[in-house]
Design a protein around this ligand. Structure first.
Ligand code: ZN
Length: 77
């Protein structure tokens, strides 16, 4: 849900755990594309935050949108 970038299902900051699972499934085998998608989403979220007059915590935003990716890249068992 924009502009707060919260999950439509659970209202947690997007991408929440279930959303990450959906993304990893949708982008399976395309981790670079997923990284680009998340980076673009983070940029949009930052733009929205600035438009709202907020001062987003950049390291936290990076961790939220991209920090979990290295886990996703690990081979699934
Ligand atoms: Zn959710």
């Amino acid at each position: 849900m924009r502009p707060a970038w919260r999950c439509r299902n659970c209202a947690a900051p997007w991408p929440c755990g279930p959303a990450q699972l959906v993304l990893v499934t949708e982008f399976y085998g395309h981790s670079i594309a997923l990284a680009f998608y998340l980076a673009a989403s983070m940029q949009e979220a930052l733009d929205d935050a600035y438009r709202l007059g907020l001062c987003p915590d950049l390291p936290a935003m990076h961790g939220r949108f991209l920090g979990w990716l290295s886990l996703a890249r690990r081979p699934q068992r």
